[in-house]
Design a protein around this ligand. Structure first.
Ligand code: MN
Length: 249
């Protein structure tokens, strides 16, 4: 099995290393990841400068670009054969609900999906960002990929996986979920740099607003691995008819 692995935390991140090691059980793992942290990069492509690929002593490839650049470049030029699956992560922190819009982790998997390859984004749900049980998330992804290898997915799929930060023995199982919703984000934080100039930091994501039954938030809170099938079409189908009437009215 040929596995392409990427992330948005950078090629040096712990989550990536743990996942690469686990997936090597299943075949050839090629890592192509950003050379710096790109969390929040979403689906951006770098079009204003050339990209370079370098290789770290451990064999990981790193790129001066975004998560999307990494997967795009790997699949359309770098790899001799298309991968059987694209895996992105393990992200240091949750990607649930509205996070998926901003996430570079999800974006790397989305790029694989758009290029016709089954793709999985995986995130470890931590409060502080200092995750402890990356091994748990890696074992869960390994199980999922093994299942996909044994029994191919029924559709070309993009799966968003969130894993509780706890020992594997304390994971209750897998749950299919829908995305929840968050409240609107916290305000930007205004501060001063050492030169006395005003600068701003983007604030934290809001807390969960819709964390009800069936959501990713709920599954993870109950100790399950959340698996959400994603699609890329942003069309709001229920509004087509009413908006059409409004336009003509
Ligand atoms: Mn990240």
């Amino acid at each position: 099995m040929r596995i392409l692995l990427s992330n948005d935390d950078g090629y040096f991140s712990q989550g990536l290393a743990v996942l690469a090691q686990a997936l090597e059980e299943l075949g050839t793992v090629t890592v192509v990841a950003p050379d710096a942290e790109k969390s929040g990069a979403s689906n951006s492509l770098t079009l204003d400068r050339p990209l370079m690929v370098r290789q770290a002593p451990n064999g990981f490839h790193y790129v001066n670009g975004t998560p999307t650049d990494c997967v795009h470049m790997a699949v359309t030029g770098l790899l001799e054969q298309a991968p059987d699956i694209v895996v992105s992560g393990i992200n240091h922190g949750a990607n649930m609900g509205d996070d998926t819009i901003y996430s570079g982790t999800v974006a790397a998997a989305t790029e694989g999906y758009l290029l016709g390859i089954p793709s999985i984004a995986v995130s470890l749900v931590t409060l502080s960002g200092a995750g402890r049980h990356f091994d748990t998330a890696a074992r869960c992804v390994l199980e999922l990929v093994q299942r996909i290898r044994a029994r191919p997915l029924p559709h070309a799929s993009l799966l968003n996986v969130n894993v509780p930060d706890r020992p594997k023995a304390d994971i209750k199982g897998f749950r299919i979920t829908r995305l929840g919703r968050r409240h609107k984000a916290e305000p930007v934080i205004k501060t001063a740099n050492p030169r006395g100039e005003t600068v701003y930091w983007v604030g934290a994501a809001g807390p969960a607003a819709d964390a009800g039954e069936g959501t990713d938030f709920d599954a993870v809170a109950q100790g399950y691995v959340s698996v959400t099938p994603l699609q890329v079409d942003l069309t709001h189908y229920q509004q087509i008819s009413t908006l059409g009437q409004w336009l003509e009215g």
